[in-house]
Design a protein around this ligand. Structure first.
Ligand code: ZN
Length: 322
């Protein structure tokens, strides 16, 4: 049985993306028994109060569960999915090819990004230190999978490694203390940025368009649940271009931490299951170099957050013929 909220398979063919495909395409990892519970604690139940009630009922009454068919719909049943995965026999999994994978949250309803959230990057960017998070959006059509080509739509396309947070339970007016309970997991992301478009108009730049060309928000390959990190507040982030390390830091250096960002954003609006927050990038972007340096065709970009890695090759805009 599939969920009523699931979109229809795109082609309607029997080979359209199945639940098994969706799940095997992402490393939904089983929680270590000793490190806490997949089973909800009292506070977890409070955090999850806003999920649809029918999910909790169905979860207990059904032995066999189905999720999907799209990976996106799993987030609407996140607690059911976590409970199911805690006891499911996951012996039939098989390796997946990251080249064929979509983003772990392929259809987020909202994508937030945070500018200037590492101090050294804020300084290299030439902006004043923010007194509160500097928020912009990236548009859905920029989302891409973890491996592929990056089209250079302008001559000033820059790199920004970012830890991406995916929301698992609706978060509205939550405190920083409760914030992690609303997170499904973390994945690697790039916030590719056409600086010429991003900085227009001069004096009052808008960030969103220059960061939303198709393919400018690749993510993946796996979503890693918060409990899987040795220290979820100090996740290593790194960007390597043509075998040269250009950015390296950890999320411990964030000016505004993940819990603080969730509290800040959710004070204004609900963060919905599957929503993505790109948490900012450390120093070392091309914009901050002297002279400035941007991607050129043929460049290899390897982006790592925790143990998740994206691979991209920069290409020119294909001609009409190709
Ligand atoms: Zn960014």
């Amino acid at each position: 049985m599939t969920t009523s909220s699931s979109p229809s398979p795109r082609s309607g063919s029997p080979t359209s993306r199945s639940v098994a495909d969706s799940l095997s395409a992402h490393r939904w990892r089983k929680r270590r028994p000793a490190s806490g519970s997949l089973h909800e604690t009292g506070s977890d139940r409070r955090a999850g109060q806003d999920r649809p009630r029918r999910n909790g009922l169905r979860c207990r009454r059904q032995q066999r569960r189905s999720f999907g068919p799209s990976a996106a719909s799993v987030y609407d049943q996140w607690w059911d999915f976590r409970q199911w995965s805690a006891s499911a026999e996951l012996t039939g999994d098989s390796p997946f090819d990251p080249e064929r994978a979509d983003a772990p949250s392929p259809e987020p309803r909202q994508i937030f990004a945070i500018g200037l959230n590492y101090r050294a990057h804020q300084i290299e960017s030439g902006f004043a230190e923010p007194s509160e998070p500097m928020v912009f959006t990236k548009f859905l059509s920029s989302v891409a999978g973890p491996v592929g080509e990056l089209t250079l739509f302008t001559d000033e396309v820059d790199w920004e490694v970012e830890a991406a947070v995916v929301i698992g339970v609706t978060a509205y007016r939550v405190s920083a203390e409760d914030a992690w309970k609303h997170v499904a997991g973390i994945t690697a992301a790039q916030d590719f940025s056409a600086r010429d478009v991003q900085m227009r108009p001069v004096g009052t730049p808008q960030f969103s368009l220059g960061k939303s060309f198709p393919g400018f928000t690749p993510m993946g390959p796996a979503l890693v649940t918060p409990d899987e990190f040795d220290d979820v507040n100090a996740i290593p982030v790194r960007c390597v271009i043509n075998d040269v390390v250009v950015q390296e830091s950890t999320t411990a250096d964030l000016i505004f931490s993940v819990p603080q960002l969730i509290a800040y954003l959710s004070a204004v609006l609900p963060l919905l299951p599957g929503d993505v927050i790109l948490t900012g990038t450390p120093a070392g972007v091309g914009l901050g170099r002297n002279p400035k340096k941007y991607l050129v065709a043929g460049d290899s970009v390897v982006t790592t957050v925790g143990d998740q890695t994206l691979h991209h090759t920069a290409i020119e805009i294909p001609t009409e013929e190709s």
